[in-house]
Design a protein around this ligand. Structure first.
Ligand code: HEC
Length: 174
């Protein structure tokens, strides 16, 4: 009996530590847990994917080295339905602070929406994008954000200080 309780205590303690660090991913519509078994082999173990699955932080956010690739990924895979600036088209706008699914306010939630899809034309992306490309598309969605920096919870405090809300008609924006 004593032996068993010790095992239980270790399990609870161990589990607690893991849960505190590792984000959990759930289907945006039905809340079922997501695992990434179906993800494409390619792009599974990049530095960005490993970091993201462990911490929920997307190191591509506002990372100048990948912004061009992020933009291209979004323009190829998302802009047809969500608009060139994320202003909304067939699909809802992605560049303001209104979300049909509030979990998209976080990058863990946004990633879950991409991986597992939502309803109708927003199908799951696991068959068309690698996990790494999902993080790139997300970084461009976040770059297109037109809201105030202090509502951009996906950015670090330092990044929030630097962040300029996107101006869709501004012309000279990147
Ligand atoms: C074929 C059209 C289509 C494509 C391509 C598409 N989407 Fe969507 N998307 C939709 C539709 C329609 C919805 C609304 C679905 C719903 O409300 O359940 C949606 C919903 C979403 C939402 C939820 C928005 C909210 O307000 O909570 C996000 C986030 C999103 N899409 C991101 C993306 C990204 C990023 C890409 C590219 C990787 C993409 N979508 C590609 C059509 C599309």
């Amino acid at each position: 009996m004593r032996h068993l309780s010790l095992a239980v205590i270790i399990a609870i303690f161990g589990g607690g530590v893991v849960a505190a660090q590792q984000p959990q991913f759930f289907n945006t519509v039905d809340g079922s847990p997501l695992n990434f078994d179906d993800a494409m082999e390619e792009g599974r173990d990049t530095e960005a994917v490993k970091e993201f699955l462990e911490t929920g932080v997307n190191i591509y956010n506002e990372n100048e080295e990948v912004m061009k690739e992020a933009e291209d990924t979004y323009n190829t895979m998302c802009s047809g339905c969500h608009g060139h600036y994320g202003e909304g088209k067939i699909g809802p706008g992605l560049n303001d602070d209104y979300w049909t699914y509030p979990q998209n306010e976080t990058d863990v939630g946004l990633f879950s929406t991409l991986y597992g899809g939502a309803t109708g034309q927003m199908g799951p992306m696991w068959g068309s994008l690698t996990l790494d490309e999902m993080l790139l598309a997300m970084a461009w969605v976040r770059h297109l954000y037109t809201g105030e920096p202090d509502t951009a919870g996906w950015l670090t405090p330092e990044q929030q200080e630097e962040f300029t809300p996107y101006k869709p008609k501004g012309g000279a924006e990147e």
